[in-house]
Design a binder for this molecule. Structure first.
Ligand SMILES: [Zn+2]
Length: 511
């Protein structure tokens, strides 16, 4: 390793409060062996240090590396043949989609993320979607290999479920009402996502023992509250405590999950998790679209985090998470892309912008989260959710040197008012294509939009080739079964009442 002086017209060190960030004009970051030694004025640092190289110029803004705090696989569901639909039937559609090579799919996605300034990702992996011809641990290890080869940090977790696999009723009850022929085919052939708890725990233990590293954290994950028995939730919590690791879980993503949780537990799903002793500052929950007022208090009281995924929630008809209320209560909110942003890509700057605009509630003074709050969500809060807190998320001495250099050329041309705060400029006008250089642990991964460690065109070509030769016979079986089963699943959900009551946001209520 070596030292470098990373220069920008602005260095955004960290967010100070809701309305401001610590910004150094004509600034620089001096790092040695991946550790930030000093942050300050460029000319002062240049006089004091003798770096091995200088990176950047006065054309850039230097920001802490961005964190995608909820993500799954690489090629998007749409690319794999599943257009947007409500989550619950959508899960069936995805079972029918093509399987991918774990290494190539993850590596290509990692490169796309790096290109938009992401240095850390929360990779939450369905065990049911791993290729059945390879072991769970081996496939997971290949994914972690991909992040290592790309140079990214990853918080990797496997997830599984053990109940309510078809609808939100007892599985046998649902199966009993299917036509006999279809029921027999489902029993024989459908991939339900049911994976034994033992397999989840043993594969996760192997990952903790063998694949934890400076850039890799291993977490563990129940899929969602109602999809896991209490016994499974408690075993996962006990496992996390024993190994001192984090937990990531989907929570209250859809309206159906809210009503079902309320009915199943006699309280909200989050209140049930609290009663089990499941929550805590090492737990992050993806979505939280259907949280209640009392849930906000539980999150704030236990230090449990929310990972907000606005594109995903729009695309899967889930709704809009009450982020304004969560921020007002001091809940830690991070930001995720959840497999695919609004443009079916991995541009986190765009996701930050959507997350800012979607929370502009009607009414003068309801401005929604500030650009600084959004930056905090995508940096420091993301670091917290991925268990890299204290190491990344801000540009300060002692932290690891994870940062992105974003070109100000397109953002500020032909004119941008000189009083514009650069964090606002980034949030209002920045896109992934403006990211020029990305650094993790002091190591340059992307420079001038060229990768330094891998050849993206070669990875794309290998991924394309792998999709051409993958055996599709298994997918065809699932596809036919899916086609026949889907109407029954949709009919069940269509018959369920959606929650009543008043929404958190009053977007366009009538009457
Ligand atoms: Zn997800």
């Amino acid at each position: 390793m070596a030292s470098s002086l990373v220069r920008g017209k602005y260095v955004v060190c960290k967010v100070i409060d809701d309305g401001s960030s610590e910004i150094i004009h004509d600034g620089a970051v001096f790092q040695r062996d991946g550790e930030i030694i000093e942050v300050g004025r460029y000319r002062d640092l240049k006089a004091r240090h003798e770096p091995d190289e200088e990176i950047g110029s006065a054309d850039f803004v230097v920001i802490p590396g961005l964190v995608n705090a909820h993500h799954h696989m690489g090629l998007t569901p749409f690319q794999l043949g599943s257009p947007d639909m409500a989550l619950e039937p959508g899960i069936f559609a995805r079972w029918a989609s093509r399987r991918v090579d774990p290494y190539l799919d993850t590596l290509y996605c990692a490169l796309e993320m790096i290109e938009s300034g992401i240095t850390t990702v929360m990779h939450n992996q369905s065990m049911a979607r791993l290729p059945s011809d390879a072991g769970i641990y081996e496939s997971s290890a290949r994914m972690i290999d991909a992040y290592e080869d790309a140079g990214m940090r990853v918080a990797f977790s496997l997830y599984a479920r053990d109940q309510h696999l078809f609808t939100y009723e007892d599985d046998e009850g649902f199966l009993a009402r299917l036509p006999a022929e279809l029921r027999a085919r489902v029993r024989a052939g459908v991939k339900t996502g049911a994976v034994s708890l033992d397999v989840l725990l043993s594969a996760s233990a192997e990952l903790v023992a063998n694949r934890s590293s400076a850039r890799t954290r291993i977490l563990i994950s129940p899929h969602n509250v109602h999809w896991c028995s209490d016994a499974m939730l408690l075993a996962i919590k006990e496992f996390a405590e024993r190994h001192t690791i984090g937990i990531h879980i989907h929570l209250l993503e859809t309206a159906y999950q809210k009503t079902f949780g309320d009915r199943l537990y006699g309280k909200t799903s989050l209140a049930h998790l609290e009663e089990l002793g499941f929550l805590g500052p090492e737990v992050s929950c993806a979505h939280g679209v259907w949280l209640t007022e009392s849930d906000f208090d539980i999150l704030a009281g236990t230090g449990t985090m929310i990972c907000h995924n606005p594109s995903s929630n729009l695309r899967l008809s889930s709704g809009i998470a009450p982020i304004n209320r969560l921020l007002a209560r001091g809940v830690t909110v991070a930001l995720g892309i959840d497999e695919a942003g609004i443009n079916d890509d991995n541009d986190i700057l765009q996701e930050m912008r959507l997350a800012q605009k979607i929370h502009h509630e009607p009414g003068v003074g309801n401005t929604g989260p500030t650009s600084h709050q959004l930056l905090d969500m995508a940096t420091r809060n993301g670091s917290k959710a991925t268990l890299f807190e204290g190491e990344t998320g801000t540009l300060e001495p002692g932290k690891r040197a994870d940062m992105a250099l974003v070109s100000l050329k397109r953002i500020s041309e032909p004119y941008l008012h000189p009083d514009t705060n650069v964090v606002d400029a980034l949030l209002y006008r920045g896109k992934g294509v403006d990211v020029d250089t990305v650094i993790v642990d002091g190591e340059v991964l992307l420079r001038g939009r060229e990768f330094t460690k891998v050849n993206k065109a070669e990875v794309a070509s290998a991924l394309r080739d792998s999709m051409a030769v993958t055996d599709v016979s298994a997918s065809e079986v699932h596809s036919a079964l899916n086609k026949d089963l889907l109407p029954h699943v949709e009919r069940w959900f269509a018959g369920q009442a959606l929650p009543g009551g008043s929404p958190h946001y009053r977007y366009n209520a009538i009457g």
